[in-house]
Design a protein around this ligand. Structure first.
Ligand SMILES: [Zn+2]
Ligand SMILES: [Zn+2]
Length: 233
């Protein structure tokens, strides 16, 4: 273990700096900058809302969601954006345990109180999986499972056709783009309640598309959790 740590000293999942000896998780500088999602938060998607008199964010008020509730831990602002990028593309899957720990710290109690039977990661397309070597949502789901004592089932949802990158599309286009992107691997899914896991919730189109497939297959309640949530949609 010591030798491994000499070769690969633990680094901050967000900025990549080597950590002070004996520390782990986010480095001091990043710890100061990260923004946990504060209350008041949208009662559906969990996003921060500016005006305390509202219970829903603008997006959920305008476009009702099919999932019951979301549990995002952080706002998607620097240095979290860099951290997500590293987690996705730099083979830094080892940082999943830090992110999962943060999610549990922020929302573990609430998640356990709604008692999902199973954790289901948002799937990625086979081609992407081959290129990247892992699905970051699945790695995160595994760590959450360990901490929460809820099993993971990564065989329920599959990613269908490879979609156009979402970031260049409007919310409406994203929704259409994703309609056929997710499939339920089983006609009938035998879970009553499910916790979906993804690294980031932006417009919610991905979580919505997965939720719709799960409801069609017989699931009654879908919740989601993510490391972070985009601000301002
Ligand atoms: Zn850092
Ligand atoms: Zn919302």
């Amino acid at each position: 273990m010591k030798l491994l740590e000499l070769l690969y000293p633990p680094s901050c999942p967000l900025c990549g700096d080597v950590l002070r000896e004996g520390t782990h998780g986010f480095c001091d500088a990043c710890r100061k900058k990260v923004e946990y999602v504060k209350t008041p938060a949208c009662e559906i998607c969990g996003k921060e809302i500016a005006k305390a008199r509202y219970v829903l964010c603008e997006d959920c008020a305008r476009r009702p969601k099919h999932f019951v509730k979301g549990f995002p831990a952080f706002n998607y602002v620097p240095p979290m954006n860099e951290g997500i990028y590293r987690f996705k593309y730099h083979f830094e899957r080892c940082h999943a345990s830090v992110f999962a720990g943060e999610i549990v710290k922020a929302h573990g109690k609430e998640i356990l109180s709604v008692a999902p039977e199973v954790i289901i990661p948002v799937p990625i397309h086979k081609k992407k999986l081959m290129k990247r070597g892992y699905n970051q949502a699945e790695v995160l789901a595994g760590e959450l499972s360990r901490l929460l004592g809820i099993p993971v089932d990564a065989s329920v949802l599959i990613r269908g056709k490879n979609t156009v990158p979402q970031k260049n599309l409007s919310p409406e286009e994203r929704k259409n783009n994703l309609k056929t992107a997710f499939l339920s691997a089983q006609n009938r899914v035998n879970y009553r309640s499910v916790l979906l896991v993804d690294d980031i919730y932006t417009t919610g189109a991905t979580v919505e598309a997965c939720t719709e497939r799960l409801l069609e297959a017989g699931v009654s309640e879908v919740y989601y959790t993510s490391i972070c949530i985009g601000k301002g949609y």
